[in-house]
Design a protein around this ligand. Structure first.
Ligand code: 3LM
Length: 398
């Protein structure tokens, strides 16, 4: 057996998680089973008591799900990973495992809408207080920490404004205040190919694997990655008892398959995005382009420091009023109006009324999400075709 730890990213994404199977199948089989046979009552008892390794029931662990988990752990540089039925399943299982009533979370003020809602509405109902601050302002992060803070939570780049957070600086501030604070980073927008938060000092990474990890727009899934002890706790409590949001073997198979091409997909997403961003940046109908690869973008320097490349996501603001802008976007023929991201297809959406409709208009304003913001997930099509589509759709605006 080759020592995968010493291998590069591409080798890991292809070979991590592979185990021998009875038939010698190259591609790990789909163990589409809910339960597993025990040889005896005693054996079952020993497995439940943790005295013997072996599968029990697929809400606890499943061999196909383990393949995807081992790949994601290897790619993020974590000791272990846990697959879940959605990104929200990963985030909620990690958070419910980390806090009790009376605890506090310090979170970035720009987050995916449902993550914001989970903290602001859901967890608040159970006595967990979330304080939202601008994570670009490190003094504000420091000032928000209290002795009750158990979790510091951020995305970078953030959904949907692409705000870039200095992960190493935030982790150092949190751990300097209290080493027990768990720094959790949602790495969905970057993917482990572009950014590895654990290496920057974060304790836990969460993912919506629905996006780049799977990459083909046919699965809803998530992962939690971190130290083996914590992942064990999330598996046996946050996931098993609190959410039950278990990843299905078939979806895990699709993710393991998608992961084999993560690096080349991300390279193409990034190359396409750079070309589209430059085109939109110079377009007279476009007021602003939020893309970490543009030198005049606020997070450019930090992105350069902590990301391999600036990614495939961007947002823009058009000079037109909302109705005119919507009419222009409705003219897109190749690019699809849809939420989600990280797929082969270029997807365009309106955060204020779609992904971030869980924010009130005041909350949108406080998070810097303007009513006119349009988010684009650049796909894997030929960049000339993506650009030509925006060109024809925006032609009437100038
Ligand atoms: C979206 N986002 O279009 P799931 N973390 C981040 C995310 O962007 C998302 C999740 C977690 C979108 C979904 S909106 C109805 C569609 C940064 C999801 C949650 O539970 O796998 O959807 O992941 O921005």
């Amino acid at each position: 057996m080759i020592d995968l730890e010493k291998c590069g990213f591409a080798t890991k994404q292809i070979h991590a998680g592979k185990h021998e199977n009875a038939a010698g199948a190259l591609t790990p089989p789909i163990y589409q089973t809910s339960t597993f046979e025990f040889a005896s009552v005693e054996e079952g008892g020993r497995r439940f008591a943790g005295q013997e390794a072996g599968f029990i029931y697929s809400r606890l662990s499943n061999p196909t799900v383990n393949v995807a988990e081992e790949k994601v752990a290897a790619l993020e540089g974590g000791e272990a990973a846990l697959g879940t039925a959605a990104g929200m399943g990963a985030i909620s299982a990690a958070l419910w495992t980390s806090v009790v009533s009376g605890d506090e979370i310090v979170a970035s003020d720009t987050l995916y809408g449902c993550t914001f809602s989970l903290m602001n509405h859901g967890m608040a109902k159970f006595g967990v207080k979330a304080t939202f601050v601008d994570f670009a302002d490190l003094d504000a992060v420091k000032a928000a920490l209290t002795e009750k803070t158990k979790v510091v939570y951020l995305e970078s780049p953030c959904n949907p404004t692409l705000k870039v957070v200095d992960i190493a600086a935030v982790a150092a501030i949190a751990h300097g205040y209290n080493p027990a604070i768990r720094v959790i980073v949602d790495n969905t927008f970057a993917s482990p190919y572009l950014q590895q938060p654990l290496k920057l000092g974060a304790d836990v990474v969460v993912h919506s694997a629905t996006k780049y990890l799977n990459g083909h727009g046919d699965v809803i899934a998530g992962f939690v990655v971190g130290k083996a002890d914590f992942i064990g706790e999330v598996r046996s409590f946050g996931l098993k008892d609190m959410t039950g949001a278990v990843l299905s073997p078939f979806d895990a198979f699709l993710i393991a398959r998608g992961l084999k091409t993560l690096d080349i997909r991300m390279e193409k997403h990034c190359a396409n995005a750079m070309k589209v961003a430059q085109f939109l940046h110079d377009h007279p109908a476009v007021d602003k382009v939020y893309y970490p690869g543009l030198e005049d973008f606020e997070g450019y320097e930090i992105a350069k420091k902590q990301m391999k490349k600036p990614g495939g996501m961007m947002s823009i603001e058009l000079k037109a009023d909302r109705d005119t802008a919507a009419a222009a976007l409705n003219k897109l023929k190749l690019c699809t109006i849809a939420v989600s991201l990280g797929d082969a297809e270029t997807l365009v959406e309106h955060p204020a009324t779609m992904t971030h409709s869980t924010y009130t208009s005041e909350e949108l304003k406080a998070s810097g999400i303007s009513e006119g913001l349009v988010r684009i997930s650049i796909g894997l099509e030929d960049p000339e075709d993506i650009i030509a589509d925006f060109e024809q759709a925006f032609a009437g605006l100038v």
